[in-house]
Write a protein that binds this ligand. Structure first.
Ligand SMILES: Cc1nc(C(=O)O)sc1CCOP(=O)(O)O
Length: 204
């Protein structure tokens, strides 16, 4: 089940800061992505250990790009990008690993599907501080993508709780969220708000 809410680390917090958010929102989110591109493998092993120590299951953890580390640590999945190993080679080597691919076009998503991906993350849908100066792809593009593949599409980029229902109405199977949860002063309330939107989206 790849649908639902994916929390993504922002690469700027300390381990302690991220753990404090991840710990409180973990009951409300489906996956927690460790997206810490500048950190060493040793640091990332420490991140996984600390999250697990705080009660987060490895089955909830997704490692960005570092496939060998993900497999060695025994986390649930990897999030691949156009800079990482490709989906087909990871799928061949690790048939049971959950594999997501970040995509920015329909063609890229269709290729990922042919390569055996479990889900794609598509963005950025709305304006976001994480992608300054880049035009958002919008809900129409999201809908075109969700109509062109049957693999789950998770929407990313500027997703606030208020936008979840419309994102789901355009065919998304879930949402990936960075600042909406990480920068929130009340992450538990915010996570519940996201969850309400996702659940309502499913029932529509
Ligand atoms: C990590 C990431 N990837 C994107 C993409 O479009 O591929 S947008 C993004 C950042 C999402 O942050 P926020 O939830 O704060 O808008």
């Amino acid at each position: 089940m790849t649908e639902g809410i994916h929390l993504i680390s922002n690469g700027k917090q300390s381990l302690e800061q991220f753990v404090s958010v991840a710990q409180v929102v973990s009951p409300y989110v489906n996956y927690i992505h460790i997206r810490e591109k500048h950190r060493t493998d040793d640091e990332l092993v420490k991140w996984i250990d600390e999250l697990v120590k705080k009660g987060i299951s490895k089955d909830q953890l997704v490692m960005n790009e570092r496939v060998a580390l993900a497999v060695q640590a025994g986390v649930k999945g990897v999030q691949l990008t156009d800079h990482s190993e490709d989906v087909s080679s990871v799928r061949t080597k690790h048939p049971n690993l959950l594999i997501g691919r970040s995509v920015h076009s329909i063609e890229e998503a269709q290729q990922a599907v042919r390569d055996g991906v479990d889900y794609v993350i598509f963005g950025h849908i709305f304006k976001t501080n994480s992608k300054p100066g880049l035009a958002p792809r919008g809900l129409k593009q999201l809908e075109r993508l969700t109509e062109s593949i049957s693999t789950p599409v998770i929407a990313i980029g500027g997703i606030t709780p208020e936008r979840v229902e419309s994102v789901m109405a355009h065919g998304a199977s879930g949402v990936a969220v960075m600042s909406g949860l990480i920068d929130s002063e009340k992450p538990i309330e915010e996570a519940k708000h996201y969850l309400g939107g996702v659940r309502h989206g499913y029932s529509c």
